[in-house]
Write a protein that binds this ligand. Sequence first.
Ligand code: CIR
Length: 276
Amino acid sequence: MAYFRAIDPLPVMSAPVYVFDSVLVRRPSRSVVGGLRDGDGPDPSYAGVVAEHDRYLEALAQAGVGQILTLPPLEDFPDAVFIEDPALVFSEGAILLRPGAESRRDEAKALAPDLPAHFPRVLELPEGGHVEGGDVLVTPSRVFIGLSARTDERGARHLAEALGALGKQAFVTQTPKGILHFKTACSLLDEETVLVTERMAASGVFEGFRTLVTPPGEAAAANALRVNETVLVGAQFPATQDLLGHHGYRVEAVPTEQIGRLDAGLSCLSLRWSRP
Ligand code: CIR
């Protein structure tokens, strides 16, 4: 299929893809405690999620994000605080996605009115198929789309076409089985380096990249977030913080224990871009 491309050397996009001066976030709703999750561990508390969200915004500001746009909570959508999933944004334009989880389908519709003020174009995907932002990893040379229980081939193909319209090249691949989102298991650390779980490393998808593997027992730390010169890492993952510090990254520990109870991590809480 045309949208599956071989891994060839590709022209690198100009500005580093982790340079951001703007983010869009949504405050947690009280209903967040009933958000989707796979396991049956303890519920998060509303106050706990709010505290983690506050700390996250503080960390983004410290990392140099000058414009933090905050949307109100949506009680009808318990998972809407994970605003990364219903859209994908770049300086060149935004793309409204089509969440695969039934309870999250209309989050894109709810978000739609808030995008045009900030982006030169807002693209919508055609009907049919699903894709969530958690399955999308933007790297300098290509945009990975991981097929998962939330992102299917049709959705991925439609997203690949929309990315093409914004001048970006998609690379469709598999999310390891049983993993919620592609980015649950990886994140970009710099132009050539990714932080990955052992399973993601074994998949070979990041051939050509330098890979740092999360230390034993800290697979959930793989959803880190590079923002300008800082890498946000879950506060409960000291070995991963040490690993990144040892490799010269400036690490900021941010608590994610409460949102972790909802299978979420640091990338999920924001849409990030740089104003042209
Ligand atoms: C969900 O299952 O959709 C939410 N409870 C967690 C979403 C996490 N989002 C992300 O990894 N991008």
